[in-house]
Design a binder for this molecule. Structure first.
Ligand code: B3K
Ligand code: ZN
Length: 917
């Protein structure tokens, strides 16, 4: 049985020993590496344990010395995951020599080989795959690292901190080899260690901090890619400036290096002074990267840079505290994004991601609070909850105490904890002490799982000129609480402390001045209401006519807002709300209501007049919606609201980027979450039908906007150009739904004339959904042109795996055998397989189980190779119980098939085990 062992937060104990300094010597040879580690250690006065247990995995021990003396085998115990010394002196130097095989390391954790050399990834527990070590974040040491390798093959040798010496090797067998030593002046946990030995090109630049430190910024990339580094280096310098301006935080080293590698499990890693990045978040050129890629690079570079303070200078005591660094750093990179791009668009995109990825997680078998109380495999907890909801929790503190107090709280946090490994409570305490606001109840956000529902009711008393909002919280227990209770750890639940930001609009769309009962005077037109109770009322005085409430502005809390908005109220907010998020949200609510009606009708027995589709066409496809239905589920008022919305992009002050966001209908995944039992076919058909309906009704408007938004002049990824392109491409997407000759010709010409990757992908994405000859011509020409650019090939794979055409599942299988695919490369797996599972619900959840089978085949093939990637694919099964019996049966079959697989990794075993419950 594959039953992974559970680790509990409550079982935390301080480390038995501390490490003051680490001297690492890593010699890379053909087929193996030899790692010598000298650890200056001492007993931890805070611990009573006497034995020293070091973590170690896949290490072949060649020598072990304590204070220079070789230890006999009787003096230690060695097993698959550890090396234990029963007793040690109070202070000593432990030296180990191990042999490892980085070329065989397909997990991409620890030291591994990628095309151009050797790279490391140590978070969370990769360092133990390099050498024996107390591999836990609360052991912080100063590192010095010497690398040796063949000079011609691996001319670049890097590690954290500053270069101290380098040279050529001498002696027999060392011909052509060189070495370099690096020293990091800051004590750090092992998860922040990094080294690189590779053949790379480098782009350098300099940044001078406010206090006058000159920092060398360097981006290392695969040879030949220097023309794709400018944006990353600019993003780095922008981030350095921003963190000084906003938080007064400066770079603390003379070298800040970013190394890009094509084989990487996730986005990037914040190793001290030596970030290692997935090429996806470094490389960009107008013809290879989209506007979204450019923005993502800004954000990921900023995120890793911001970790230097939030994560590295102050780190986590244990992995349960992961959100301490991740939630806070995401919050910081989000605010950076709001400042350097558009605040509204950035926030809308975050809300969309949160609801598409985190809400389902919080409602599914992997539900956990931002600080879980237990886990089996820590790598499974780098989740949307820890990251995105974690950031929302920080944002709520920011909203509750205000910008200035928040900055004071950050200053206090660093004053108290610089150089320490701490807990989430320590951060909250700094915020509480700096602001004077009691955050005791607020800490529930760290301990309770699930998305709370906020039910709001309004009442207008015309005679008393009083408007009352009654707010009720609902927070039913999730599978997490059930699991914890069954493990004897019942979790207490109670109402949350949260900010509900609101405004009230009058009939003309103007913001009303707000005075709460008991207040002497009006205090502005927007208020932060503090919600703490199960039920609370807020009474506004001197309201002369019933207003339309704009609730949860800026998405002020990660909740589901339940308010019975009329269509008229939503149309009103869509047109007049001053809050960009709520203008967008009103449109989303309107569309959701309409789409859910469409889904109900499509799922219902066919009415008279229904023409069954011929058998070779999917039943339920929107094209077969009998026209008499249309008025019943797409109100004319909606179509005209969309027309005005589009027109608003061209009025003074209009923002094409925001309009583009507003024109995107709620995703199929979002709609699925709104259903008791998900009908993926009906959802797909309804959404498509609404898109087609809008395309038909507003054809002339879309065409005019498309023509008007053409950009002349050189490409720039800046917000203004990107916004125009986004809106133009949204118009193109609608027009493509018409599927007639003229619209197909437009898509083809857009593809042929595209002068940047954003436009190319907009056209290719539309073509991928069309069963016409031009689709194949375009996909072929695209591949021929770009097959040498791995990241562009990823786009080519993804556009096919997310296609709605009925052949998609078979196409994905065929592409897995294509020369362009490589199952050992995470980016390829994410683009082809994960995108299919997560972003193509119609095909992944096909009733015949073909999508589930495909996913399971890949998971099983990948599990022994790269469990982290396999486990991420396995997570796409999370919501299987929300589907009908037939689909559940098919999903269960595949989950069981995975569960009983011999030697299953703890990563996949935990995910599948929880899914099966
Ligand atoms: N801290 C890393 C994530 C490491 C994931 C390990 N499985 C990247 C980041 O959040 O910045
Ligand atoms: Zn991070």
């Amino acid at each position: 049985m594959n039953a992974p062992q559970t680790i509990y937060l409550k079982d935390y104990t301080p480390p038995s020993h501390l490490v003051d300094t680490v001297e690492l010597d890593i010699a890379i040879h053909r087929g193996f590496a030899r790692v010598t580690a000298r650890l200056a250690m001492r007993r931890n006065p805070a611990s009573s344990a006497s034995a020293l247990r070091l973590d170690g995995e896949e290490l072949h021990l060649e020598a072990l010395r304590l204070d220079g003396r070789s230890l006999p085998e009787s003096a230690y115990q060695l097993d698959e995951t550890s090396l234990t010394l029963a007793d040690t002196p109070d202070a000593f130097v432990l030296e180990t020599v191990v042999r490892i095989e980085p070329d065989k390391n397909t997990q991409l954790s620890g030291l591994y080989r990628s095309k151009d050399g050797y790279f490391t990834q140590c978070e969370a527990q990769g360092f133990r795959r390099i050498t024996f070590y107390p591999d836990r974040p609360d052991v912080m040491a100063k590192f010095r690292c010497t690398l040796h390798a063949d000079k011609a093959s691996f001319p670049i040798l890097l590690s954290n901190g500053n270069p101290v010496a380098q040279g050529e090797e001498s002696g027999d067998g060392n011909e052509g080899r060189h070495w370099a030593t690096w020293e990091d002046p800051f004590a750090k946990p092992a998860y922040l260690f990094a080294c690189v030995a590779a053949k790379l090109d480098v782009l350098e630049d300099y940044y001078t901090t406010t206090s006058g430190r000159r920092v060398r910024c360097a981006v290392y990339v695969e040879p030949g890619k220097l023309d794709q580094c400018d944006h990353a280096i600019a993003a780095l310098k922008k981030s350095m400036k921003w963190d000084e301006d906003v938080f007064g935080l400066e770079m603390d080293l003379e070298h800040y290096m970013i190394v890009a590698v094509g084989d990487f499990n996730m986005g990037a890693m914040e190793n001290k002074g030596l970030n290692i990045f997935n090429t996806k978040y470094v490389l960009a050129r107008p013809d290879t990267a989209t506007d979204t890629d450019y923005q993502n690079i800004d954000r990921v570079v900023a995120h890793e840079y911001f970790h230097n303070w939030t994560g590295n200078r102050v780190t986590c005591r244990d992995w349960f505290q992961l959100s301490l660094k991740e939630g806070l750093t995401v919050f910081r990179d989000q605010n950076f994004g709001m400042d350097v791009h558009s605040a509204g668009v950035t926030r809308i995109q975050e809300v969309r991601t949160l609801r598409a990825a985190q809400y389902p997680e919080d409602a599914g078998p992997m539900a956990h609070p931002i600080r879980p109380a237990s886990y089996a495999e820590i790598n499974n907890f780098y989740t949307a909850t820890v990251y995105e909801k974690g950031a929302e929790v920080i944002r709520m503190i920011y909203t509750l105490i205000g910008k200035q107090a928040f900055r004071k709280g950050m200053d206090l946090y660093f004053a108290r904890h610089d150089g320490q490994a701490v807990c989430c409570e320590d951060f909250v305490a700094a915020m509480q002490d700096a602001s004077g606001l009691d955050l005791t109840q607020f800490q529930r956000w760290y301990n309770q799982a699930g998305t709370p529902r906020l039910v709001v009711k309004s009442e207008f008393d015309a005679a008393a000129k009083r408007y009352t909002l009654t707010v009720t919280q609902q927070y039913p227990a999730t599978p997490y609480e059930e699991r914890m209770a069954s493990e004897g750890l019942p979790q207490e639940r109670g109402p949350y402390h949260l900010p509900l930001v609101i405004g009230l609009l009058d009939a003309a769309g103007k913001e009303l001045p707000l005075r709460l009962a008991g207040e002497a005077a009006v205090q502005g037109t927007q208020r932060v209401l503090t919600v703490r109770e199960d039920t609370q009322t807020f009474v506004f005085e001197e309201i002369t006519a019933e207003p339309v409430p704009s609730l949860l502005r800026g998405f002020s809390a990660p909740v589901i807002l339940d308010y019975d908005y009329s269509e008229a109220a939503l149309t009103h907010l869509m047109a007049h709300d001053t809050d960009a998020v709520n203008r967008w949200e009103a449109g989303q609510r309107l569309a959701t209501g309409i789409l859910m009606n469409g889904v109900r009708m499509l799922a219902a027995p066919r009415p008279t007049g229904w023409k069954e589709a011929p058998s070779d066409v999917e039943v339920g496809a929107a094209t077969f919606l009998p026209t008499p239905w249309e008025p019943a589920w797409v109100p004319a008022s909606y179509t005209s609201a969309i027309r005005s919305l589009l027109a608003s992009a061209f009025t003074p002050g209009g923002d094409p980027a925001l309009v583009a966001e507003a024109l995107v209908l709620p995703s199929e995944t979002y709609l699925a979450e709104q259903m008791e039992v998900v009908d993926p076919d009906a959802i797909h058909a309804a959404r498509l039908a609404l898109r087609q309906h809008l395309a038909q009704a507003l054809r002339a408007d879309f065409e005019a906007a498309y023509a008007r938004l053409a950009i002349h002049g050189p490409y720039s990824p800046d917000g203004e150009q990107a916004g125009k392109r986004a809106l133009r491409n949204v118009c193109l997407g609608y027009l493509a739904e018409l599927g007639d000759e003229a619209s197909n010709a437009l898509v083809v010409s857009h593809y042929e004339q595209a002068a940047n990757m954003t436009d190319t992908m907009a056209a290719l994405g539309a073509l991928a959904n069309l069963d016409i000859a031009a689709r194949h011509t375009a996909l072929d020409s695209f591949y021929t042109r770009w097959k040498a650019e791995a990241l562009v090939v990823d786009k080519w794979l993804q556009v096919q795996s997310t296609s709605r055409l009925p052949t998609t599942t078979a196409d994905v299988r065929a592409l897995m055998a294509h020369e362009a695919f490589d199952i050992r490369n995470p980016n390829k797996v994410y683009s082809l397989v994960r995108a299919f599972c997560a972003a193509n619900p119609k095909h992944f959840h096909a009733a015949d189980g073909s999508g589930y089978r495909l996913a399971a085949d890949v998971i099983l093939q990948l599990d022994s190779m790269n469990p982290q990637v396999a486990s991420r694919i396995a997570r796409t099964f999370d919501r299987w119980r929300k589907f009908d019996d037939t689909r559940q049966g098919k999903a269960r079959e595949q989950l069981e098939r995975i569960r009983v697989h011999d030697g299953l990794s703890s990563d996949v075993a935990e995910v599948v085990g929880k899914a099966l419950g």
